[in-house]
Design a protein around this ligand. Structure first.
Ligand code: ZN
Length: 485
């Protein structure tokens, strides 16, 4: 406020009010940007533009595997593109695609392929022998995947209209300014040529977090490989300790990237061999929000594996022929409500990619079923449909066990009735070390164990726990959960 015409006492890269700029004094950053652009355009000395930070991209590789570049070098005409009728240009079938030793592409050593005639003058010419980089294909594969056997076009227009743009793209953050930006560039070129129906290829992008691992750190911050560390189990109220075997130095357990040198790499093949693909897959979804980096915990994996065993055990229990939405007794009404709540929660959380909270709801559901002597087969069948995408192998087995033939993959997703899913809910506040980090809704009178499980899985708790195991969890009925770390 006040006099904006004076030179500033201090400059800032943050948003603020412009000063000492006749005609624009006192304007907020965004408004000022708009006004200055308008002023430049009005004067005809500048124009509005979006700058993509598209980096230069070396597009040729000296290796066999890669799309051949459809250009011909003619001594008379120079560089000439192949006729469209000669596309796609394919790699030659060869015995050996070893490097030539001259620095040239392996294709340069294959005379029968290299020598050709010029598409323009017909004289002797040579093909370009460099190949395209891998990203050349990954820039537009999502279009070709729609119609991979089409020999007339890269994809049929009706399929492009049906499928594109891509609903959800999941990829590592490291791609944001390279692969993904190139991909958008190609897509925009194709859009300008009228070959695709959208300006942007992807509607939604999620950068998944990295699965990290525990590592052990000396006082001087250097890390010790896992196999040189001894764990001293917690005893007499003292927490567990970690000691470097060679020196006896006490170490701090920290979270680090998996690396060969730290010997803390988890190989999915080993995990799958021991616990099965469903356990591995579901544990990864249960570890926490998809976007957050999380440390691998074999203990956590075992927990999920046991959950799947409990689900299987439930399938062995006696089942009745009662209808799905039975409310004829208070007990039946309770179960109906829980089923509808579970369908609702899993449906919504799956759509928003909150897999971990969907799984904790499934755990709550199965805990209730475990307490019952028997339950309706119609209710169980709905649960099997919910768990199938999360544990597909188990899902198929359970589906067959219910007497169905064919895969569960194409069975309709269960529907819920909002009215049947409602009950008296309360808001539970989640604290980590006494600070509010999240909240969620739970039924009044929910079991403490269920509330605790939901609290530990909610994004705020996962973020602030940062992979550490809680020391203590205090649940105040219908009010709050305090996690002490
Ligand atoms: Zn020529």
């Amino acid at each position: 406020d006040g006099d904006y015409s004076a030179p500033p006492a201090e400059c800032t890269p943050a948003d603020g009010k412009s000063v000492n700029s006749p005609g624009f004094n006192g304007l907020g950053t965004q408004e000022c940007i708009e006004k200055i652009i308008a002023w430049l355009e009005e004067k005809g000395i500048g124009k509005r533009a979006v700058n993509y930070k598209l980096r230069d991209w070396v597009f040729s590789r000296q290796r066999y595997w890669g799309e051949p570049i459809p250009l011909v070098h003619c001594p008379t005409c120079g560089i000439v593109p192949l006729d469209e009728k000669d596309l796609p240009l394919r790699l030659p079938q060869v015995e050996s695609y070893q490097p030539t030793g001259t620095g040239e592409s392996p294709l340069a050593g294959i005379d029968s392929w290299v020598n050709c005639s010029c598409p323009s003058c017909g004289d002797k010419a040579k093909r370009e022998t460099n190949t395209m980089p891998q990203w050349a294909g990954s820039c537009w594969y999502y279009i070709r995947y729609l119609d991979p056997k089409n020999t007339k076009a890269f994809a049929d227009k009706s399929k492009i209209d049906y499928w594109l743009p891509v609903d959800l793209y999941v990829g590592g953050a490291e791609h944001a300014v390279l692969h993904l930006l190139y991909s958008r560039f190609w897509h925009k070129v194709l859009f300008d040529m009228g070959l695709v129906n959208s300006k942007e290829p992807f509607q939604r992008l999620i950068n998944q977090g990295m699965i990290t691992s525990f590592a052990y750190q000396r006082k001087n911050k250097t890390l010790v490989p896992v196999d040189e560390v001894r764990e001293v189990a917690a005893a007499d109220g003292k927490p567990e300790e970690f000691v470097e075997i060679a020196t006896g130095e006490k170490l701090e357990r920290v979270i680090a990237k998996m690396s060969k040198s730290l010997k803390n790499v988890i190989n999915p093949d080993d995990v799958i061999r021991e616990y099965g693909a469903d356990s591995c897959r579901m544990y990864e979804m249960f570890m926490g929000p998809l976007e957050v980096s999380k440390p691998w915990s074999t203990q956590g994996l075992i927990g999920v594996s046991r959950f799947l065993e409990r689900v299987w055990a439930l399938s062995e229990k006696p089942m009745t022929d009662s209808p799905r939405d039975d409310v004829s007794t208070p007990e039946a009404a309770e179960l109906t409500k829980l089923l509808h709540k579970t369908i609702k929660k899993v449906t919504e959380d799956t759509a928003t990619i909150n897999f971990n909270t969907a799984i904790s709801q499934m755990m709550i559901f199965t805990n209730e079923l475990t307490k019952l002597e028997s339950f309706p087969k119609s209710v169980w069948a709905e649960f099997v449909k919910l768990i199938a995408p999360y544990a597909p192998h188990l899902g198929e087995e359970l589906w067959q066990k219910l007497g169905n033939s064919g895969t569960i993959a194409y069975v309709d997703w269960p529907r819920y009735d909002e009215k049947l899913s409602m009950d008296n809910v309360c808001t539970i506040v989640v604290q980590v070390n006494g600070k509010i980090r999240d909240k969620f809704e739970a039924a009044i009178g929910s079991a403490k164990a269920d509330v605790e499980m939901t609290a530990l899985a909610c994004p705020g708790a996962v973020k602030f726990l940062d992979g550490k195991a809680p020391k203590k969890v205090i649940v105040v009925q219908d009010k709050l959960v305090n996690i002490v770390v």
